[in-house]
Design a protein around this ligand. Sequence first.
Ligand SMILES: O=C(O)C/C=C/C(=O)C(=O)O
Length: 142
Amino acid sequence: MSEAIRTDAAPAPVGAYPHARRVGNLLFLSGVGPRQPGSNAIPGNVHDADGRLVGYDIEAQCRQVFANVRAVLEASGAAWADLVDVTVFLTDMQRDFATYNRLYAEHFAGIDACRTTVGIDALPTPIAIELKCIAALPAQPR
Ligand SMILES: O=C(O)C/C=C/C(=O)C(=O)O
């Protein structure tokens, strides 16, 4: 069984891809950032009068990206506890790792998902964090 999942509860993809794809009991999530579903606003981003990004709040972005991952999981019939592998992309590792790592620990306590954190130059939208997740659903349907 293979099924693509799309939902209005998470920010719209910025290209030709679904929010997730389920293959058997494995659920592969596309990369998701902290844009707000329905508006594309990015929590904590600060712009100058000309609209240029002059600062951002990594804590607000972390909380929203975790909420967006949860929304995709729930739209797919999965739960936060089903996460087994998480890849995290940060555009400013030096500035943001400690805050992100603290919030990650709060959200993933008891989950024991594997994790990899990668520093990168940029993401397709002006965000500071993106998550790429894999979940394993229980064998029995919920
Ligand atoms: O969700 C975003 O804001 C940006 C993420 C984009 C991608 O992961 C992609 O285009 O592949």
